[in-house]
Ligand binder design. Sequence first.
Ligand code: PEP
Ligand code: MN
Length: 338
Amino acid sequence: MILILKKNLNEEDIQRIIERVREAGLTPHISKGEERIIIGLIGDSRAKDREYWLNMNGVEDAIRILRPFKLASREFRKKNTVVKVDGIEIGGKGVVVMAGPCSVEGRKQILNIAKIVKDLGAKILRGGAFKPRTSPYSFRGLGREGLLYLKEAKEKFGLPIVTEAMSIEQLDLVAEYADIIQIGARNMQNFSLLEAVGKIEKPVLLKRGMSAKIEEFLLAAEYILSNGNRDVILCERGIRTFETYTRNTLDISAIPLLKSITHLPVIVDPSHATGKRELVTPVSLASIAAGADGLLIEVHPEPEKALSDGLQSLYPHQFKELMRKGKVISEAIGRSIL
Ligand code: PEP
Ligand code: MN
């Protein structure tokens, strides 16, 4: 249930309503819009019917949200959520490109690629310091050292950082350096990690699990939102199907679908979705055309030497081409590449 409060209520009236919500055994989730205050009732609100809330002084309307995800739903918030990172708006008019290597491999590598992607128009730098790898024998990231190099790249080139936290133990450290904390596909249903990141005041980039249904994806976002963090960016990165020619199968319909049933920004990761660098640009263009608010692209100065995901990493000249074509598609649909 969500309560829409009457306009111009004073603080005392609002507190009285919040008190009643708590008395009903529910947790209020307060959202202050430009005109109105909306209170989401978290918990099992079935015990009290709509009339109960409508009879309360100061409550203009009470709407039962039938979808299992509440705070993530369009019913809860009609306007798009715009996540702001150092003045960059994700979920606004522009398409935001986040680019960089799969993994931070060393100081020179990250500084080099940061300059390249910045000069070509990327707004946010990606790069993993803690890497979830299928094999324990693969390169698993530089950890803290990688975060320090990301920090240096940020300071030199003014690019905010998106980087992954794989566990609760890593969260404080990653949050110290990241402007956006990435929760990877393999952790999409790590509920305690979701709760922990929900308590942090940093935007979260939540990737769709490789076998997650849309509803499961949005319920994962709900874990973060219901713990107080409203800055969630959804990332479609392909799901596992019977097809083996691509690494995953990009669910392109997820983009307009998510945009219609949630208010959260939706970005696409064509690198992990396809696993093949020659597919990354066409799939990026399709994603922009389908309404993506941003792209997460793996680019490497020398992909053949990459310590992870080299086959899907773009050469700088390919990234340049992606940006050129992406601008054309963005403008064709009334947006711009930020
Ligand atoms: C990544 O972004 O490098 C990554 C590991 O992605 P995913 O969690 O989508 O596999
Ligand atoms: Mn990768």
